[in-house]
Design a protein around this ligand. Structure first.
Ligand SMILES: Cc1ncc(C[n+]2csc(CCOP(=O)(O)OP(=O)(O)O)c2C)c(N)n1
Ligand code: SF4
Ligand SMILES: [Mg+2]
Length: 286
């Protein structure tokens, strides 16, 4: 790790193809700043990205990265951290990736409490596949696949995380750059699974969950003197339908899975007596 790293060191040389104005720009900037502020650098950072517009982040950031299979970013991130706990692992994807096809992984990642960060760019729509409703879409949101609205209540990702004994549960808004950066930084610093659901508007396919909507409705938990270590207070905030930003819940006694199980960087080494390269391993297996 280096102390003189700047957030721009985390930018790759690829030009983002996100639509102009997409919330994902702000979400990614805050992630890069949080990583730099916490003394990380591209050489010790591993980004695992989901599939979606959001999933392109692994290409736009300069670090180790893996762009895997839709809905499977979290188990890959857990595998990376297990193999080398010295790495700073950040997993990122969309609301479809994380709360639809990947919902099972989300719940188990929260309860496993590996020391990593999970940032979801929640635009309440499937962006990449051009505007189908997602698990966080409003009940009456008219889309190409829901002409009268999905007619089912949206998933509450913070409630899912709390029910699964998540140890750090937060929400931020990509356009409130300073607060977003602070909140992601707290997630990175947390000893355990730091989960941040980010309001990250899709300007092309979602005309209800817009920048104006979030600017007008978001309430900062800090303005309500919220104590994030109070689990009952957190449950009340998570279930009362207000669009909150801030750290909603944090278990200060959290001990991450990798520490509880004594995982260390030696696990990345090939054990004595094992074949030296992957080709030999495959030959031996067959
Ligand atoms: C197994 C599988 N199923 C479906 C798809 C098609 N697909 C690609 S991205 C996506 C959803 C994208 O929505 P979200 O995760 O919210 O990301 P966004 O584009 O909104 O950032 C879907 C259904 C796929 N690539 N793989
Ligand atoms: S379609 Fe929506 S989510 Fe995808 S890049 Fe454009 S604005 Fe962003
Ligand atoms: Mg989405």
């Amino acid at each position: 790790m280096s102390s003189d790293v700047r957030f721009t060191d985390f930018k790759s040389d690829k030009q983002p193809t996100w639509c102009p104005g997409c919330g994902d720009f702000g979400t990614m900037n805050g992630m890069m700043k949080a990583l730099a502020n916490t003394g990380n650098d591209p050489d010790n950072t591993f980004i695992v990205a989901g599939i979606g517009c959001s999933g392109k982040i692994g290409t736009y950031m300069h670090s180790y990265a893996l762009h895997g299979v839709h809905g499977r970013a979290l188990p890959v991130g857990i595998g990376v951290k297990s193999a080398n706990p010295d790495l700073e692992v950040m997993v990122s994807g969309g609301d479809g990736d994380g709360y639809s096809i990947g919902a099972g992984h989300f719940v188990h990642a929260a309860r496993r409490n590996m020391d990593m960060t999970y940032v979801v760019m929640d635009n309440r729509i499937y962006g990449l596949t051009k505007g189908q409703f997602s698990p966080t879409s409003r009940e009456d949101f008219e889309t190409s696949t829901s002409p009268d609205g999905p007619k089912q209540s949206p998933v509450n990702p913070l409630a899912l995380a709390l029910a699964a004994d998540g140890t750090f549960i937060a929400q931020s808004f990509s356009s409130d750059a300073q607060r977003h950066e602070e909140i992601v930084q707290q997630a990175v610093e947390h000893d355990g699974f730091g989960f941040v659901n980010v309001y990250s508007p899709c300007v092309t396919f979602n005309d209800v969950d817009t920048y104006d909507y979030f600017r007008d409705t978001i309430v900062d938990v800090e303005d309500e003197d919220h104590d994030p270590t109070d689990r009952d207070a957190a449950r009340e905030k998570i279930t009362n339908d207000t669009e909150y930003q801030g750290v909603i819940y944090q278990d200060e006694d959290s001990v991450p899975y990798n520490e509880r199980h004594g995982l260390d960087s030696n696990m990345a080494d090939i054990p004595d007596g094992a074949p030296e390269d992957a080709t030999d391993l495959v030959r031996e297996f067959y």
